[in-house]
Design a protein around this ligand. Structure first.
Ligand code: ADP
Ligand code: MG
Length: 290
């Protein structure tokens, strides 16, 4: 039988827009010491607008953006949507891309006009040791812009800087959790300077940047090994293993199906402030049972 307080609390949870899939995890929520948030789409809007196109070789701005859009038309990443929309706004004719594939956590690849084209992260450029020959992309990253590079046959021909907005609700969420004595951290595949900018803006206690999708769960283990009970909040396909790894996995309701199905608790209203409600309701519910 379901104890009465739990039944009542589940109703209250529903009223707060919380969907509890795993009751034991909901009970553990009152004891969390640290909460790790995904960045894109969780703390930020996850809607990228192109703020600048940087030319690095022979190709002009429109050609760089058109090439990027050729690939991104086949990707579902929020970065992809921003690039595709910018190309459309500029009325560019976008070339055809064949043999498209995702490079998880690094970007995308396809063939365009017989060339191998990739749209990739700064981390990828570094690992491959590619020459960029311009300070501008680094400058933009330092301003908190997400920068991706367009690489054609192994040569960086341009870069696209995109801006995403920190959600208004995120600051309130972090302030409330910190006041409850909970450490707030961020986990992202985005570059170090971008992560630093967002972490500073929100007053986060710690952050992990340039984390490849298959390393996100390991980062959660790392936090747990500091002796902390940890919750993870995310929305993306690549957050799913981390949501499973955490003591409490919390998914943004508007997130991907994979994230929602991997989580213990779902924030139906997709509001990060409801993370504090999870902890408070858990404490209120299970205190009464002892
Ligand atoms: P997160 O969801 O934490 O922001 P991802 O693992 O999805 O991170 O992506 C990490 C990085 O990989 C992005 O910041 C970007 O540099 C690159 N990337 C991923 N997908 C794409 C894409 N479709 N186009 C260009 N770059 C991408
Ligand atoms: Mg995300």
């Amino acid at each position: 039988a379901v104890p009465l307080v739990v039944a009542v609390s589940t109703t209250r949870a529903a009223r707060h827009g919380l969907l509890i899939r795993d009751r034991a995890a909901f009970e553990r929520a009152r004891d969390v010491d640290a909460i790790v948030f995904d960045k894109t789409g969780t703390l930020t809007e996850g809607r990228f607008g192109v703020s600048e196109v940087v030319v690095l070789g022979e190709a002009g701005e429109d050609e760089v953006l058109g090439l990027a859009a050729a690939l991104e038309g086949q990707s579902e990443h929020p970065i992809a949507r921003g690039i595709a929309e910018a190309a459309e706004e500029r009325g560019l004719s976008v070339p055809r891309a064949d043999d498209f594939r995702n490079l998880p956590g690094e970007g995308v690849e396809a063939r365009v006009d017989g060339a191998d084209v990739r749209v990739v992260s700064p981390g990828y450029i570094e690992r491959e040791g590619l020459e960029v020959g311009s300070e501008r992309p680094g400058e933009l990253a330092g301003q908190g812009r997400t920068v991706v590079y367009v690489v054609r046959d192994g040569e960086a021909v341009g870069a696209v800087a995109l801006a995403d907005i920190v959600r208004e609700e995120s600051r309130a969420a972090i302030d409330r959790l910190k006041a409850m004595g909970i450490q707030c951290m961020m986990l992202t595949g985005d570059s170090e300077p971008v992560a630093r900018a967002v972490a500073g803006e929100l007053g986060l206690d710690d952050f992990f940047a340039e984390v490849l999708p298959d390393q996100k769960a390991a980062k959660i283990r790392e936090v747990a090994e500091r002796g902390l009970a940890v919750a993870m909040v995310g929305d993306g396909v690549n957050d799913a293993p981390a949501l499973v790894e955490a003591d409490v996995g919390i998914a943004i309701g508007a997130g991907t199906d994979v994230a929602v199905e991997s989580a213990d608790i779902i924030l139906v209203n997709s509001d990060p402030r409801d993370v504090a409600a999870v902890v408070e309701l858990s404490a209120a519910t299970y205190r009464k049972m002892i």
